[in-house]
Design a protein around this ligand. Structure first.
Ligand code: S3P
Length: 453
């Protein structure tokens, strides 16, 4: 039976995790490989693509926009690009399911071409803010209608968008990437300033495909990205590294489960993605990067993780962008640590697949953990005794994942050290980023099963 297709999963306390776990390809890089492949001239060959629901939704949307995409074998895909103004208006709605990255980046693509498309998504995506994308794209010349700044959104793009200087209030790779993608066809320089550097996969990959992209840091620490318009992209060969945001669950599981010792090979180590590892090491975690190497232009390493007694720390706001998807699993590590972990500058968590501050706080409290929070910070107080074995994480509850894969995987990880099992409903959503999560964790020694109903 495929456990990861089971919507309700139960995770029980275990004594040790041991062995090697392979996590899937990086979600951010997978979306971008398909999108830039579609905008390029010629063929792009991708290996190690994440074949999760989010990326497959982007693939289907690109096919509807006229791009040819073919799977050659597991993880290997070939994209035949149509060039920067070669897409067609799709005959159907572009349904991006649960994927914020897919919908927002593709809005940028459509805004920069002479075509019209309507974007929709699931209940979670339909409640997320889109004005942060559609406002700058409108000012570049696209005509856009939406339901009060949310999906469904219809965009009629223009093949001659205006280059824009955009000052973003938040460090968001999705906002930045949408504007850059629209700016590819603009005459002149498109420039984005963000308060802190967000992940820079779009910048690196655009350069690799032949665009002129510069990144600089201003005196006040803000990050400026400039793209020369009227670019020409050429098809490339891409090797997708394994996703640090998926590895995060195995890392924390091994740290908090006694007598654990695991290896997680081939993980992307882009410094704008490794904030969680820095944080966990500061908390006392035994995490070693071994065999560091460069593959396909990305730094990757194997992670060697052993169970460790963690202690609470303050996680600064300046680190938030480099670990924005990792706060749910960090709060699980914090629940198993001694003292309080104080996470600052995390307001963006409120507009992810769920309001991740509230959903994590509610679920952790249900499990018996002390949590405080406000709009922009969250404090989790772990075990006073500092002994995982004497855990006061009660468990014995059912948590709803609420269309949020990272909430689901976080509570299944917490179940590995809770006194009573933790049941999670809505686990089908884990397919968006980590197909096979339950099986792969169980192969290390976790006890996650679908017989919970
Ligand atoms: C992503 C950017 C992040 C992250 C998301 C993936 C991307 O969102 O939360 O899971 O691939 O660009 P923001 O940049 O909007 O914070």
């Amino acid at each position: 039976m495929s456990q990861s297709n089971t919507d309700i999963l139960r995770s029980r306390q275990v004594t040790a995790l041991r062995g090697t776990i392979h996590v899937p390809g990086d979600k951010s890089i997978s979306h971008r490989s398909l999108i830039l492949g579609g905008l390029a001239i010629g063929e792009t060959r991708i290996s190690g693509l994440l074949e999760g629901a989010d990326v497959l939704a982007t693939k289907d949307a690109l096919i509807a926009l006229g791009v040819e995409i073919e799977k050659t074998k597991h993880g290997d895909w070939q994209v035949t690009g149509v060039g920067l103004n070669g897409m067609v208006s799709p005959a159907k709605l572009l349904d991006l399911g649960n994927s914020g990255t897919g919908v927002r980046l593709l809005m940028g693509v459509v805004a920069g071409q002479d075509i019209t498309a309507t974007f929709t998504g699931d209940a979670s995506l339909s409640s997320r803010p889109m004005a942060r994308i559609t406002d700058p794209l409108s000012s570049m010349g696209a005509s856009i209608t939406s339901r009060d700044g949310q999906l469904p959104v219809t965009i009629t793009g223009t093949a001659t968008p205006l280059a824009r200087q955009h000052q973003s209030k938040v460090a968001s790779a999705q906002i930045k990437s949408a504007i850059l993608l629209a700016g590819l066809n603009a005459r002149g320089t498109t420039q984005i300033t963000e308060p802190h550097a967000s992940r820079d996969h779009s910048e690196s990959m655009l350069r690799y495909f032949g665009a002129d992209v510069q990144q600089t840091i201003a005196d006040d620490g803000s990050h400026i990205i400039s793209l020369q318009g009227e670019a020409v992209l050429h098809g490339r060969q891409i090797t997708v590294p394994r996703d640090p945001s998926s590895a995060a669950f195995a890392v924390v599981a091994a740290l908090i489960t006694p007598d654990s010792d695991i290896i997680i090979p081939g993980i992307g180590m882009n410094p704008l993605r490794t904030g969680l590892l820095d944080t966990l090491i500061e908390m006392g975690g035994s995490i070693e990067r071994v065999n560091e190497r460069t593959e396909g232009g990305e730094i990757i390493a194997d992670l060697h993780v052993k169970s460790s007694q963690l202690h609470g720390i303050q996680v600064p706001a300046s680190r938030a962008a480099s670990m924005i998807d990792e706060y749910p699993i960090l709060s699980v590590a914090a629940a198993a640590a001694s003292g309080t972990t104080d996470m600052r500058g995390v307001a963006e968590l409120r507009v992810k697949e769920t309001d991740r501050i509230k959903v994590m706080a509610d679920g952790l409290r249900q499990c018996g953990v002390d949590v405080a929070y406000d709009d922009d910070s969250m404090q989790v107080t772990g075990q006073v005794s500092g002994q995982v074995k004497a855990s006061k994480i009660n468990g014995g509850v059912t948590i709803a994942a609420q269309h949020d894969h990272r909430i689901g995987m976080s509570f299944l990880t917490l179940g590995m050290v809770a006194a009573q099992p933790i049941t999670v409903s809505g686990c089908a959503t884990i397919e968006t980023s980590f197909p096979g999560f339950a099986e792969r964790m169980s192969a290390l020694g976790a006890s996650i099963s679908g017989d919970a109903v």
